[in-house]
Design a protein around this ligand. Sequence first.
Ligand code: ADP
Ligand code: MG
Length: 531
Amino acid sequence: MSKIKILQDEVVRKIAAGEVIIRPVSVVKELIENSLDAQAQKILIELKGGGKDLIKVIDDGEGMSREDVRLAIARHATSKITSVDDLLKIRTYGFRGEALASIAAVSRLKIESNNDERFAGTYIFVEGGEIKEIKEISRARGTTVTVETLFFNLPVRRAFLKSDSYELKLIVELITIFAIAYPQLHFTLISEGKELFTLPKTQSYKDRLKLFLEKSTFNGLLEFAYSNPMFSFWGVISRPEVAKNHFEIQQIYFNLRPVKNRVVTKAIYDGYAGRLMGRNPTFVVFFETNPENLDVNIHPTKTEVRFIDEKFLFDFVSEAIKKTLGITNYREIPESVFYQNLINFEENRQLGFWQLHGTYIFAQIPSGYCIIDQHAASERIIYEEILKKDEPVRTQGLLFPVILELSPDEFVVYEEIKDILKNLGIESKAFGNFSIVIETIPVNSNLSKQDLKELFRELTQSDYKTLTYKEELARRIACKGAIKANQVLTQQEIESLINKLFACNDPYFCPHGRPTIIKISREELERKFGR
Ligand code: ADP
Ligand code: MG
């Protein structure tokens, strides 16, 4: 008897599946891509347990015949290419014919599909790669793929998946990326029976982007479009002065395929010519090129592509970014503060406001001038808003509720303070294992997901007694939700801040007792200059 044995089919399938299907988000990616390839107009994604227990993708695409459904789950069965040459012309997402087979091998998979409404549709149930049932059903044109208990037959892999909320987060990010590329399609996401979002079709990717980005990030974007004989290149990038330490989205698409591409990312950073000062821009950029210029076959999950002429790609992108930013003299890099102030000065000189270091506001007043600390002022405004005695706090709903994972002990503290938080404008709910969903924030506050994360972490790690004081909670919410230092404000934003500050009961101090305003009189100026 030989020592070496030929692996059985079943084993071979699982090994290959390991490359493509790593976690629930990989399944969702393959299924959405199939729906897009089938020209769907509406895609509904339903999840349970962050996709670990259930992933269902329903589309209204072209559907499959009974024979197709049977073949679809076979390895290397694809309708998208027939020869090696076709690989050079790929416009579809799929081409390997492996995804459904890989998913079928590691889950309980059901497909319901119909490609012609005059006839019955087909239902197939496959468990661990084995067909258990196939029958006629009635179904409108389109396809529903249901994936239950991913890795049910690979318990160790299943155990390595992360928490439901983490897996869900990855899926939400993925859907976001497709939703931006396909504004004309309708996307719905349901998790644990609740709709997390529904995105009706719209005109432009910018409409979608607006939903997914913080307002200040969106407003700080510059739009561009360039082309050359090899490709068109268009999209949006952050103005350098609004780039942050963390970025919200950095996404590259080639022929609407969301990919990572180091050459392009490097070229974009290069294009900022030193103006980023270590921060990171948000960008969403699209390339449209003849598929012959692209190798899409370099990564098992198709998340990378290689462009035929990388040097040209780099140079063109880098130049295009410089042009968009108005950078003409590449060698001379002005000090960023100087650059920023120049812009603000230009913007603010019709009103008499001037923002210094993106942090202090200078405003001329009849008796001299005053300097306002924008963060402290904003804290005071939010603090008074949420502690208003006679009326309930006005709240703003979050279009995309923020999900936070807490540790068990943090969760206990959360349970204790959630009602007080609600009275202060932060409405939230428990959501699965020690996770919570935040649904509203107080009006006037600027709480980003990151701020909310930090706020909750700090709150749940604080001495519990201090948290039962409404004022202490309000102070902390105000601090996180306030306009930050190093945040460039428009003239309208400055004006509105000052108006709101002076509408406060106690405008001169922030909730921690620091001054919000310093006044310098004309006499003092005159004395200093020896006039
Ligand atoms: P690939 O996408 O690489 O061809 P898949 O395993 O993902 O491989 O799918 C196999 C085949 O099943 C596809 O080529 C397509 O013909 C068919 N198919 C899969 N999903 C759908 C869908 N949602 N609508 C219509 N046809 C589909
Ligand atoms: Mg596919």
